[in-house]
Structures are given as structure tokens and as C-alpha cells.
Ligand binder design. Structure first.
Ligand code: DGL
Length: 272
């Protein structure tokens, strides 16, 4: 029998996937979620494809034994672009949901045909984004910019940063895309969702900003609802939520505060 009350697992290198996990929970409060921040391997974007695939294979093996999720969401563009195909082949019975740059909707909205994509070096250098652009009905050209320092800023300084600092760092990137004549910008790294409003404000009115938040939530819901909702949690189920961390125990209180604010139980993966 399918155990529909099993958790849905979200994976990212750090805090980037949390807006995705939260959006899913907002629409599906009866489901149990586990969020894994693989901070021991942060940042993913500076790693090679093969290295990242093997990190994610080992994590998946461990998580299937411990958490046993019903769906695994790679709430990370870098992980999805690099390892989604490999993971699906290696674990054919596990439903995976990936997060890929929202190039298609951006291409439909673009008049100049110039699509800006902001992501990690791994995502920008991978042919995946280019292939997505080639699959679009309208002809478009991708202009990719890798922003490792923006990932680091969000992971390590966002909580204590001022509005001015946020605005300045976003403006730096918007200026690059504007100078290139892009009229659409795809946020191709889940971390960047933390600055979504700043990006929209700075980009308006000439550049429209796109992300894949809604697409990911809809895809998870589709998998839950398939086969008459076979994977949906039972109506009277009381879900618990978990924030799992890789690496050693830390004195850094920010994860404890984050878990408390979300009402998630904090747990080290190695202790399971
Ligand atoms: N949040 C991740 C993404 O969507 C990557 C950040 C990192 O470099 O670890 O690409």
C-alpha cells in the first residue's frame, strides 16, 4: 500500500529552496515536508557536474533510508540542471521534481528576443538553458550571467543586510542586462527569490522578471493528485515539518532561529 503520509523532501545547498518549500506548504498545509539544506557542500554552483551528481546520489541514498520521502524536489536550479536526469535513472521509482530556469514563459513575453538569465556558474555554463531556449516556439537569444557573489550574499548576509545594500547589489546586475538589451530576466537560482521584489522594482518598466516558483508547486501538486490523489496525505493527518542540515553541529544560531520562525523541527542529517 502506498504510504501517502510520507514527507515531501526539498533539497538545496542552503536557504535557496525555502521560498519554494513555503509556497508549496501555503497551498498544501496538510502535507508533511522535510527541507534539507546541504550547507556542508555549499556552494553547489562552483562544483563540476559529475561531482554534484555524486553528492546528490549519496544524499538521496541516505535520505531514502532515513526519511523515505514520497517525492523529492530539487529546489535548486544548479542541482536540477546538473543531476536531475542522472537521479531519475538511478532511482527510477522515486518521483523527482526539478527547478529549471523559466525560459519558456520569458521567451513568450519577450519582444526583443533577448532573454537574460541570472544563475550560478554551473547553471549558466550548462547547455541545459540553451537547449530550453532552442525548444521555445519564438526565436530567442540567451544572455547568461553567473553571480556567485549574489548567492553568497543571500546565504550569508541577507538577514543582516540593509535595504540599500540589497538595492545596490540588484542594480549592478540589472544594469548589465539592460545594457545588453534584454527585456526579460529569468532568476535561474532559487536563492535569488529572496530579492524578487528588489529585482522587479529595479527592472521595471523595461525588463520583466520571471521565476519558477509557481511551476514547481504546480508540478508537485500534479504528482500528488495523479491516480485519484494516491500520494496525497490523509485528510486527518497532522503533519510535522523538518529542517535538516548536513555537516557538523554548529554554534551558528541563524538556523535555529529560521527553524523556530517556520515552526520546523531542526535536525542534523548525520544524527538520523
Ligand atoms: N540555490 C542554488 C540554485 O538554485 C544554488 C546555490 C549554490 O551555488 O549553492 O542554483
Amino acid at each position: 500500500m502506498i504510504n501517502e503520509n510520507k514527507p515531501i523532501l526539498f533539497i538545496d545547498s542552503g536557504i535557496g529552496g525555502l521560498p519554494y518549500c513555503n509556497d508549496f506548504l501555503k497551498h498544501n498545509p496538510g502535507e508533511e515536508v522535510c527541507y534539507l539544506a546541504d550547507r556542508a557542500n555549499f556552494p553547489y554552483g562552483q562544483r563540476e557536474k559529475e561531482e554534484l551528481s555524486s553528492i546528490l546520489i549519496s544524499l538521496t541514498e541516505k535520505l531514502l533510508k532515513t526519511i523515505n520521502p514520497k517525492i523529492i524536489v530539487l529546489a535548486c536550479n544548479t542541482a536540477s540542471v546538473s543531476a536531475l536526469d542522472t537521479l531519475r535513472k538511478k532511482f527510477p521509482n522515486v518521483p523527482f521534481v526539478g527547478t529549471v530556469p523559466a525560459i519558456k514563459p520569458a521567451a513568450s513575453a519577450s519582444t526583443s528576443g533577448k532573454i537574460g538569465v541570472l544563475g550560478t556558474a554551473r547553471t549558466i555554463n550548462d547547455p541545459y538553458s540553451q537547449n530550453l531556449a532552442e525548444d521555445c516556439e519564438t526565436k530567442c537569444e540567451i544572455f547568461g550571467v553567473a553571480a556567485p557573489e549574489l548567492v553568497k550574499f543571500i546565504e550569508q548576509q541577507f538577514d543582516k543586510s540593509t535595504e540599500k545594500e540589497k538595492k545596490e547589489i540588484v542594480k549592478k546586475y540589472i544594469d548589465i542586462f539592460r545594457a545588453e538589451g534584454a527585456d526579460t530576466l529569468v532568476l535561474g537560482c532559487t536563492h535569488f527569490l529572496y530579492l524578487l521584489e528588489e529585482f522587479k522594482t529595479e527592472a521595471a518598466p523595461s525588463i520583466k522578471v520571471f521565476d519558477s516558483l509557481e511551476g514547481v508547486t504546480k508540478r508537485i501538486e500534479y504528482l500528488l493528485d495523479e491516480n485519484n490523489g494516491a500520494l496525497r496525505a490523509e485528510i486527518d493527518f497532522q503533519p510535522l515539518h523538518w529542517l535538516l542540515l548536513t555537516g557538523a553541529e554548529t554554534s551558528d544560531t541563524s538556523w535555529q532561529e529560521r527553524a523556530k520562525a517556520l515552526d520546523f523541527a531542526l535536525c542534523m542529517l548525520d544524527s538520523l
